[in-house]
Design a protein around this ligand. Structure first.
Ligand code: C2E
Ligand code: CA
Ligand code: CA
Ligand code: CA
Length: 275
């Protein structure tokens, strides 16, 4: 609801001030949280669709809020983007993920999500190079995931930045493929290594032949363009079978493992072919 004039809002929407206050408080807590490193990076496994072998992990951040407990990214990433603390938080996540991956007993990839705001920073390639150097992680083990929103507002700098990142030796994935409006044209214009097919397609595959046809077409397109295709959000054995049969090269989802803290990953390294 909109404020019609001074004082008119308060009497009709008593919840308004409280919500605004809660938001302000969370904003200031977020700034403090970033300064105090109250965040934890969880990792969700990715597997090869054919062999079921572990191929990597996606880094997914959580906020260990002192008052509210562990918060999912949906509850603070948008706010971090609006207030600008995403730059500092994003850099911290990058450093953390590279340092964690450098300690893993297998040389599998770590995928880090980049928000559009981070992508606008001139120094992003330098920041990535610094994280690799600090952790001594091979660039080939780092993958950066970007969504279409990064490319929506693109200019000459976007393509230059993408190429600078590729020149470092890291790979780039297009995240949430199929949820935007111009995904196909982006595949033509930008140097992606991987397409991540959005969970919304995968979750409908069992009941919808249209969803199966779309996943198959995207997997074929990816293969033709020399990109790997990851099916996101695989929750059941049937979905796993369908994405495999329809040509996806990699799988990710609860069927293979939920995101978990770095300290709990050892079980996955011990049994790389548990399925
Ligand atoms: P995303 O990049 O598309 O990440 C996948 C999301 O799907 C994760 O949610 C993951 O926990 C969830 N997921 C994985 N497998 C399944 C499944 O089988 N079923 C269902 N229902 N969900 C599944 P999460 O961790 O809550 O993250 C949500 C979003 O927040 C991410 O979507 C990403 O856009 C953003 N995000 C997470 N970590 C970061 C980060 O470090 N930096 C930035 N900029 N954004 C992040
Ligand atoms: Ca992602
Ligand atoms: Ca995704
Ligand atoms: Ca998403």
């Amino acid at each position: 609801a909109k404020m019609e004039g001074r004082g008119t809002c308060r009497s009709f929407e008593p919840g308004m001030d409280a919500r605004l206050q809660e938001r302000r408080q969370l904003e200031s807590e977020l700034a403090i949280g970033v300064a105090n490193e109250q965040f934890v990076v969880y990792y969700q496994p990715l597997h090869d669709a054919k062999t079921s072998k572990l191929t990597g992990f996606e880094a997914l951040v959580r906020w260990n809020h002192p008052r509210l407990g562990l918060l999912p990214p949906s509850e603070f990433i948008p706010m971090a983007e609006e207030t600008g603390v995403i730059d500092t938080l994003g850099e911290w996540i990058m450093l953390r993920a590279c340092a964690d991956a450098a300690k893993w007993p297998l040389p599998v990839k770590v995928a880090v999500n980049l928000s559009p705001a981070q992508f606008k920073q001139q120094g992003l390639p330098l920041q990535v190079a610094a994280a690799l150097a600090a952790s001594n992680l091979l660039p080939s083990r780092l993958e950066l995931e970007i969504t279409e929103s990064v490319l929506l507002a693109h200019n000459e700098n976007t393509i230059t930045t993408l190429h600078s990142l590729r020149d470092l030796g890291v790979s780039i994935a297009m995240d949430d493929f199929g949820t935007g409006y111009s995904s196909l044209s982006y595949l033509r214009s930008f140097p992606f290594n991987r397409i991540k097919i959005d969970r919304s397609f995968v979750s409908l595959m069992c009941e919808s032949s249209e969803s199966r046809a779309i996943v198959k077409a995207v997997a074929e397109l990816g293969s033709t363009l020399g990109m790997t295709t990851t099916a996101e959000g695989v929750e059941t054995e049937d979905q796993f079978r369908l994405v495999r049969e329809n040509g996806c090269t990699d799988v990710q989802g609860w069927f293979f493992g939920r995101p978990m803290p770095a300290s709990e990953l050892h079980t996955l390294f011990e049994e790389p072919e548990q399925r």
